[in-house]
Design a protein around this ligand. Structure first.
Ligand SMILES: NC(=O)c1ccc[n+]([C@@H]2O[C@H](COP(=O)([O-])OP(=O)(O)OC[C@H]3O[C@@H](n4cnc5c(N)ncnc54)[C@H](OP(=O)(O)O)[C@@H]3O)[C@@H](O)[C@H]2O)c1
Length: 327
């Protein structure tokens, strides 16, 4: 099978399209014929060795959408031919024509969207859901801040919080204002136009009830300043799991998105009910995985990037999106 992998950890120049053996599903695993693979920053962390993916060559990728090809022993709940999506951490990855994955990390893909769209959802959808619903437990009438609102996680988080009846304030640069408001954010703050914490406070003088900061570094460090006393904060950025300094009483925690069939089912249900939409910035060809990873680490993707692997996920030239997003 064709797969994008690295023989040794390192920079994006190490990415190669290799001809590798189709993996064999072990106990509790399924073999999936991949139609499309999502591109996430975590992929680059495995490539660079910050996270240990184990195998060599190491096939990139954790998000996938495709079709169940075969079941390993004791793999339950799925059958060959099922259209599925999921999030696979560790081992052989998803930028490949086939991947093996634990059956309980897989669910039926949303029926109303394409494989390319479904491949854009697992990592960011699981992370946003586990942060907004499980951890922050956002309630109707609350005020919720999402930093990085136009990115992969932010796009889902804004919609989930708004769907639960919260009033959402999203941050991004001005070119993304319409996009973020269309997701359901009533308030928008351009983080490039002055002090963004002051701008949030101008809308919510007492501070917001809850916040998900998808942006790390200085943005995470300053996020507590936007919260009310007793507010709740979740950070997800992979740059540093340590929390920001808390000068007042604020409940804060790091959340890493974990593969989970029930949450994938919940996300698929929201998509099929028209309550959650997926935004694709671009579909890359397998050969263009390096360009896709470079775009992701650039930090200004709107929505998601995916790699089209199978015949049903058509790749467009990498130049197409640049015209669409005006860059
Ligand atoms: N813990 C986990 O399991 C997990 C899972 C997924 C992601 N992550 C991490 O979470 C972070 C976000 O991931 P993602 O995929 O959502 O990111 P992303 O898609 O790369 O986010 C890019 C978006 O962020 C906006 N942005 C950039 N700098 C900003 C700033 N200072 N303030 C506000 N918005 C800003 C950009 O908008 P403009 O172009 O308008 O600036 C762009 O639309 C990454 O560090 C990623 O590694 C962690």
């Amino acid at each position: 099978m064709r797969a994008v992998a690295v023989q040794e950890i390192g920079g994006p120049e190490r990415l190669e399209v290799l001809d590798l053996a189709v993996p064999v599903p072990g106990p509790g695993e399924v073999l999936v014929r991949v139609e499309a693979a999502g591109v996430n920053e975590v992929d680059t962390m495995f490539r660079e060795g910050y996270l240990d993916g184990g195998a060599r060559p190491l096939i990139m990728g954790s998000d996938f959408s495709g079709v169940v090809e075969a079941l390993g022993p004791d793999a339950d709940g799925l059958a060959p031919g099922d259209e599925v999506y999921g999030y696979k951490l560790l081992g052989n990855g998803t930028y490949a024509e086939y991947v093996t994955v634990r059956a309980d990390w897989v669910a039926r893909k949303p029926a109303t969207i394409t494989h390319a769209e479904a491949a854009a959802l697992p990592c960011v959808g699981l992370t946003a859901y586990q942060a907004v619903v499980d951890e922050l437990d956002v309630r109707a009438g609350e005020t919720v801040l999402v930093t990085g609102a136009a990115g992969g996680v932010g796009t889902v988080a804004v919609q989930l919080a708004a769907d639960r009846g919260a009033r959402v304030v999203g941050t991004a640069s001005a070119r993304n204002e319409t996009y973020v408001r269309d997701l359901g954010a009533e308030d928008f703050v351009d983080y490039t136009a002055g002090d963004w914490v002051d701008a949030v406070r101008a809308v919510h003088p007492a501070g917001v009830d809850a916040a998900l900061t998808a942006i790390g570094g200085e943005t995470k460090r300053r996020a507590p300043g936007a919260l009310r006393d007793g507010g709740r904060l979740v950070w997800i950025s992979g740059d540093d799991k340590a929390g920001p300094p808390m000068e007042r009483f604020i409940a804060g925690s790091y959340r890493g998105g974990m593969p989970d069939r029930d949450t994938l089912r919940a996300l698929a249900g929201l998509v099929d009910e028209g309550r959650l939409r997926v935004a694709l910035q671009e579909v890359y060809a397998l050969e263009d995985a390096k360009a896709a990873q470079l775009e992701v680490v650039g930090g200004h993707v709107r929505g998601k990037l995916v790699i089209g692997v199978g015949e049903h996920a058509t790749a467009r030239p990498a130049t197409a999106h640049a015209e669409e997003v005006g860059r």
